[in-house]
Design a protein around this ligand. Structure first.
Ligand SMILES: Cc1cc2nc3c(=O)[nH]c(=O)nc-3n(C[C@H](O)[C@H](O)[C@H](O)COP(=O)(O)OP(=O)(O)OC[C@H]3O[C@@H](n4cnc5c(N)ncnc54)[C@H](O)[C@@H]3O)c2cc1C
Length: 228
């Protein structure tokens, strides 16, 4: 594609790429999805992220699409006081963006233990990439405040052995939804055993889930990606 090119691909460290914003769609009142043109030569492993540079800010975003897709999908929370996410919620379609990547090691490692994917909010993004790339049979816990924030539920439900929305907000949970936080579910509902835990999103959830894994699920491994 003419508009997207690798910059300085020969230097050390991840290359910088130019891309364009192709589409934006709301996922919920507080979250939206960006579709970026995939630059020639850009490859990644599901679970990795890019660092978007714009207006003198740089922030990390996990890729929510599979490597085989023609676009790069990012799933962002709109942080009201945020320097970059609020700008990315407004920039016009066709705008040029620069990113570096791929970054990170939060990738799926198949093992004999069942995988538990636990996300808060947009922390579900790397699990979407994994599911879209063919990973299946995992237990997926998605912690949100309101039902409308259960974005990508169709994809995740299709690939998961168990898809468990965890609603921490005030309203009663719908059938099939767990009323409480991801960590409440891990403490009270997940059967004893050894698992591979993949934790992504808020650092409080990751800290508490890691402690629970130590206490309740001996022999487990924990992989984590802290967003904020
Ligand atoms: C490895 C990694 C991967 C990430 N992947 C994603 C992703 O896929 N999707 C995504 O939405 N974000 C992701 N983030 C968070 C993202 O990089 C930014 O921090 C976020 O978009 C806020 O940037 P900002 O410039 O808008 O706000 P800032 O100006 O940086 O922060 C303003 C305030 O908002 C708080 N804040 C930051 N993030 C959030 C949040 N998500 N919810 C509520 N408050 C927040 C900050 O602590 C700060 O107090 C990731 C972060 C890391 C480190």
């Amino acid at each position: 594609m003419e508009t997207v090119t690798a910059e300085s691909p020969g230097r050390s460290g991840p290359a910088a790429f130019r891309t364009r914003l192709l589409a934006r769609r709301p996922l919920a009142a507080s979250a939206f999805e960006l579709s970026l043109a995939k630059p020639a030569g850009f490859t990644f492993t599901p679970g990795q992220r890019v660092r978007v540079h714009h207006a003198e800010a740089a922030r990390d975003y996990s890729i929510a699409a599979a490597p085989g897709e023609e676009i790069i999908r990012l799933c962002l929370r709109r942080v009201a006081t945020g320097g970059l996410s609020a700008r990315l919620a407004e920039i016009p379609l066709g705008a040029e963006l620069v990113f570096t990547g791929p970054h990170g090691y939060f990738t799926f490692q198949a093992s004999a233990r069942p995988a538990v994917f636990a996300a808060t909010g947009t922390g579900v993004a790397p699990f979407c990439a994994m599911a879209a790339a063919g990973v299946s049979g995992f237990i997926l816990l998605h912690g949100v405040a309101a039902q409308e924030e259960l974005f990508y539920g169709d994809l995740l439900r299709e690939k998961a052995a168990a898809y468990v929305p965890c609603l921490s907000g005030g309203r009663a949970a719908a059938a099939g939804h767990y009323r409480g936080r991801v960590t409440d579910y891990l403490r009270a509902q997940l059967p004893a055993g050894a698992y591979d835990f993949y934790l992504c999103g808020r650092q409080e959830m990751i800290r508490d889930a890691t402690l629970l894994a130590d206490e309740r699920f001996p022999g487990s491994l924990v992989f984590s990606e802290v967003f904020y």
